[in-house]
Design a binder for this molecule. Structure first.
Ligand code: PEP
Ligand code: MN
Length: 362
């Protein structure tokens, strides 16, 4: 028997009292830290009209020793939030034990974090544990690495387990090299997910993409313009004191200002071919700049080596070999030989200039 339902059949999430046409906003602190912080933040968010509250209680942190969450105790605080404000509550689950505890505590929405989505064994264990719980809402964040299939695969595992209240959250992708954002948005990946599962709720998490509070507003607007269905935003009553992700959290009042200024356009520009292609161009430019910055930093390293070893900066034979090889490689990739030559020359000139600076710097 094949229980699997295709992701293209998954419909949008709906909740009692949810106004259609408005973005679904889930807000709350990165982590529940104390009963007082959890409730104070929740009260302030409820007062500005937020209906869905998030707080991590088990935190998968990159480095051991950083705050790893308050654990099971935090479930009672989320229950108190629910009782007192009527908001629905959401938390991250990463193990079977988390799922059991969260279900027992009556948590409404479970989300799968980016590190967990990257691990199919963990996802399958969680999905097995949720089998039959068709009342629960599950949100699946994209995996840390830019692999659409891994994201789709995790969603499919929940769908196969009978979860129909399913949504996806775009939180950007880890990448090496210099980037403006903490996690590279690579918008074409969530756009492709939307194309393949066009009815499924797709949220954007501008907090984890941007990594800094000043990026939350522009990224939220961008997500709305791109046709995302809602936002998951980190908000803390005292961001400066937050035990995790302090730089990206905003106060409930700041969240209100951002939400008030958000322009919600009608239509679904995410399906607009031109917008999609332009976004891909932007992604390419970000990658190009990051690669150029990396190349220049290697050049400077070479400059320092040449200085230490009394070598000449420009070694003409090496230059000509590199240029010929690049023009050939470019031609094989369909690039015009003259264009490749001009680009490589410009890069080489700046690289020489930077090495000269190093030589002359005593
Ligand atoms: C979070 O939402 O606090 C979190 C840990 O997110 P992510 O899994 O996207 O890193
Ligand atoms: Mn966080």
């Amino acid at each position: 028997m094949n229980l699997s339902k295709s992701l293209s059949d998954i419909g949008p999430l709906s909740f009692p009292g949810m106004e259609s046409g408005l973005p679904l906003v889930i807000a709350g602190p990165c982590s529940a830290e104390s009963e007082q912080q959890t409730l104070e933040t929740a009260r302030a968010l409820s007062a500005i009209g937020v209906k869905f509250y998030r707080a991590g209680i088990w935190k998968p942190r990159t480095m051991p020793g950083s705050f790893e969450g308050i654990g099971d105790e935090g479930l009672q605080w989320l229950q108190a939030v629910k009782r007192e404000t009527g908001m629905m509550v959401a938390t991250e689950v990463a193990t079977v034990e988390h799922v059991r505890a969260a279900l027992d505590a009556g948590i409404d929405i479970l989300w799968i974090g980016a590190r967990t989505t990257a691990n199919p064994f963990a996802v399958q264990d969680i999905a097995d544990q949720l089998q039959g719980h068709d009342e629960i809402t599950v949100l699946v964040k994209n995996p840390v690495n830019p692999d659409l299939d891994l994201w789709l695969g995790a969603l499919q595992r929940f769908s196969n387990a009978g979860i129909t209240r399913l949504g996806a959250v775009h939180r950007g992708f880890s990448s090496a090299g210099a980037h403006i954002y903490r996690n590279d948005p690579l918008w074409h990946i969530p756009f492709e997910l939307r194309r393949l599962a066009s009815g499924m709720t797709l949220l954007c998490d501008p907090s984890h993409i941007g990594g800094k509070r000043e990026y939350v507003e522009p990224l939220s607007q961008l997500a709305m313009d791109a046709g995302f269905d809602g936002l998951m935003i980190e908000s803390h009553c005292n961001p400066a004191q937050a035990l995790s992700d302090s730089a990206q959290q905003i106060t409930p009042n700041e969240l209100k200002s951002i939400l008030d200024r958000l322009v919600i356009r009608s239509g679904a520009p995410i399906e607009d071919e031109l917008a999609l292609l332009r976004q891909q161009i932007d992604d390419c430019d970000h990658e190009l700049l990051a690669v150029l910055a990396r190349r220049m930093s290697i050049s400077r390293e070479i400059g320092r080596f040449k200085k230490a070893n009394n070598l000449r900066i420009v070694q003409p034979a090496r230059y000509q070999d590199v240029m010929n090889a690049r023009v050939d490689e470019g031609s094989r990739l369909g690039l015009d030989a003259d264009f490749t030559q001009r680009i490589m020359q410009a890069i080489h000139e700046d690289s020489v200039r930077q090495q000269l600076d190093i030589m002359n710097d005593n």
